[in-house]
Write a protein that binds this ligand. Sequence first.
Ligand SMILES: [Zn+2]
Length: 196
Amino acid sequence: MTVTRGRKETSTIKDDHHAGEPPCPPLAEKAFCPFCGQPTAFREWEGMVRRYCGNCDLPLYDNPVPAVCAVATDPRGRILLVQRNVAPCRGEWCLPGGFMELGETPEAAALRELAEETGLRGEVTGLIGLKAAPNRLYHTVLVAGYRVQPLSRQIHPGDDAMAANWFGVGDLPPVAFGSHREFIERVITRENLNRQ
Ligand SMILES: [Zn+2]
């Protein structure tokens, strides 16, 4: 039987590559067990060679990290974007979004990130879709895109954002992440937003 060392690389997650950012750098290896702190070893497990903690008698799985983003529009059909103030892609525009916190629903995470980055309150009106995307820290993130209706109007960019603004569909700046670009395109197509 062929045994793969470490995680299985697939060819399906490749659309988020950005100039200057390696698309899928190696995840930091779990040289020490995150549960007990003892050094780990490699062991064949379910057809793959994985990190293994002999002290806990546990294989240490690597899994994607959940993230969320929000596509919010104003009454004119303009889309809300934030200019990133953090790496990666600092200075570029993307949807409001970020990582889920423990104990949080993905919908609540999307609304929290919207509020933190733009000052806007909102409500989730639907799930646009799910995308697996490469990430420089976590290897793979699972991005949930939510359609969000804003419940307030006044934008106050938060610490993670240099700016936040509404953009007409025909005036969108380059958007940093492939997953965000796809969620935006799905909303434009499904809702027939004006591309002028
Ligand atoms: Zn352990």
